[in-house]
Design a protein around this ligand. Sequence first.
Ligand code: M6R
Length: 608
Amino acid sequence: MCGIVGFTGRQSAAPVLLEGLKKLEYRGYDSAGIACEQKGTISVSKVSGRIANLCEKTENGRLVPGCSGIGHTRWATHGAPTDINAHPHVSNDGRFSVVHNGIIENYMELRKELTARGYQFQSETDTEVIVHLIEMYYKGNLKDAVMKATSRLEGSYALGIMCSDCPGTLFAVREASPLILGIGVGENFFASDVTALVAYTRNAIYLDDGEFAELTADDMTVFDCTGTPIHKPVSRITWSIEAAEKGGYEHFMLKEIMEQPRAVKSAIAPRIQDDRVHLDDFEFTADELRDIRKIVITACGSAYYAGCAGRYAIEKLCRIPVTVELASELRYNDPQIDEHTLLIVLSQSGETADTIAAMRECQARGAKSLAIVNVVGSTIAKLADHTMYTWAGPEIAVATTKGYTTQLTVLYLFALYAAEKLDLISSESYHKLIDALETLPKMMQQVLDMNPALPKMAKKYNSKGSVFYIGRNTDYAVALEGALKMKEISYIHAEAYAAGELKHGTIALIDEGQPVIALCCNEQIAEKTMNNIIEVKARGAKVLAVARKGNRAILSHADDVIYIPKVEPLFSAAVEIVPLQLLAYYVAKDNGCDIDKPKNLAKSVTVE
Ligand code: M6R
């Protein structure tokens, strides 16, 4: 997804911008560019492909002089990923330059209008209308021109703007796309997220929609949408630089898989005190909880699958009907949602466009909302009535791992909290489940320690065709996420089936040598899945099973078994996904894939 950075200070801007862009690489991009201003002249350099190409082209920034500038990584939406379509875009008179993250929905009509007025377009992008609008409205006052231009825009945008008439001055504008200001000493910054800022400053201002800022080396003013200066609180960034780097692992994904015991502990520890679940961030009375007639969980991708797995715990413990909806579907479904609905929104980034749109739709219908989000201050966190952070720390790899397991953990905490408030759980079961939750990090660590054979399994189950994942109940939910992990990083077709569905058609796909990953961790139903293993084996499948330690019967059915510890069945999903993450990782590694930045994917999908 596009990323933007801006810098104004006393040192050369280009190297700072290039460093910032490198930190945003994880968001996914296909071209990049920077523009800097020196002595009233703006120089621009842009390339398709990697930031490394931009560093080479600019001799690490040396060829783009100036102490203020803007930079961009682009993930193509309007127009191919070419040098010309890359940002920054420049006005016809060369005085203005703009970078943009988001989508301008009315760009076609603006483009027609501007073309009729004589403005010439170089690119196919929606963004280019912005820079021409600013040129059109500029009458010597950049702030006025920015306000007039942005008032014509419909859609989402985080903008970085510079003008050669205003040396050292940058404007940053936010409307429905993330944008954070960084406050330095004798220098100031903006960026799409904090990873681009932490090397330079820990003091940040989170802009809200409709706000914009004027930055110089020594000053920063934030304005509301009417242009009135406003006071914004300064937040302290607590993420360390190391936390955003690889810490000795070959890939961020592996590092993040290994970090899961710690991440899950961070999600749990502050919320269990004196052997009880305390949710300071979700204070609901028993009456308010009783007023909830149904819970709708909405999210995209892995976050959606975390909802599919977490749903079982909520329904079982709270006896409230739960549906899990893909945000991209829910938003157009005319959903049956009212003030008796609790909407739970799951998102690692907190910026996923479809999830935000679904959330707004449900809120408009009266639903109360609880966001379970990793990124502090993100759009979803701000929009929700209640926000529970997952405290997973920065997740850089495009394929989520600790994001997923911490979302699931917070759903478990919520289920236990609500069940107790609703008086639906005996004290004995409540404390037993609290103990089980507290041991989750240890169980995850054991999975990481106890499966040294996984790289070997990855070789055996690496497939040129498809890999099937089967399971029932919570095991099926895990199968969905396991298959997604395999698909997105190894580019191997992987598909999850509810094991009971095999006979209804899909077993026709099973042939000699077909890899099948069978999840048999849910004790109550593992025996049924073992029958399905026998069925696929009879048709020639090669089966790798994931089962609880102590399940010896599985050894006589599956070709290989990965054991997980004896975890509480209700919370098993958070543990059994770990070997599947590792399996996908090692298959992708064997296949030489770009694990942290899989092709065609972006970390944060901020467009529909
Ligand atoms: O940031 P979010 O959790 O809202 O992102 C949702 C999905 O885009 C995300 O989980 C995606 O499916 C990942 N690539 C999965 O690894």
